[in-house]
Write a protein that binds this ligand. Structure first.
Ligand code: NI
Length: 135
């Protein structure tokens, strides 16, 4: 399991993009709309760090409530797993609770992601690793 990205809640995607650009980050691809979660997503990169900007489009979005609590702020670390289901089971065994079911992430080549909650470190995202041929 490797750290893949830091998830950042942002109210305005373009303003956040400019903010991270000022810090030397560069967009990794274009913004992608995730219809399941009703969010716009943009990945930005600097010094090997990948930041995921997540911006809800409506009150119906899964992160609409979170952004009211956290404002513009980092809210999850994502870990990439070589063996997605096995590592998901391991995390559950270690005390984390799944808060949704594994679902494809349009912004990450349709790879599956699942969010878990830890009582001690908050939100954790697990991402299915790329297919072996792409590694
Ligand atoms: Ni994420």
């Amino acid at each position: 399991m490797r750290v893949h990205h830091v998830g950042y809640l942002v109210k305005r995607l373009e303003k956040a993009r400019n903010g991270f650009s000022s810090l030397g980050f560069q967009a990794a691809g274009e913004a992608v709309y995730d219809g399941c979660r009703d969010i716009d997503i943009l990945f930005m990169e600097k010094d090997g760090w990948l930041v995921e900007l997540v911006s809800p489009r409506s009150e119906a979005s899964v992160v609409a409530k979170l952004i009211k609590t956290y404002k513009n702020a980092p809210y999850h670390l994502c870990y990439e797993a070589d063996d997605f289901l096995a590592e998901l089971a391991e995390l559950e065994k270690s005390g984390l609770t799944k808060i949704d079911s594994p679902a494809p992430a349009p912004a990450l080549d349709g790879r599956r992601v699942c969010f878990l909650m830890s009582p001690h470190i908050g939100l954790v995202e697990l991402l299915e690793g790329p297919p072996p041929a792409a590694r």
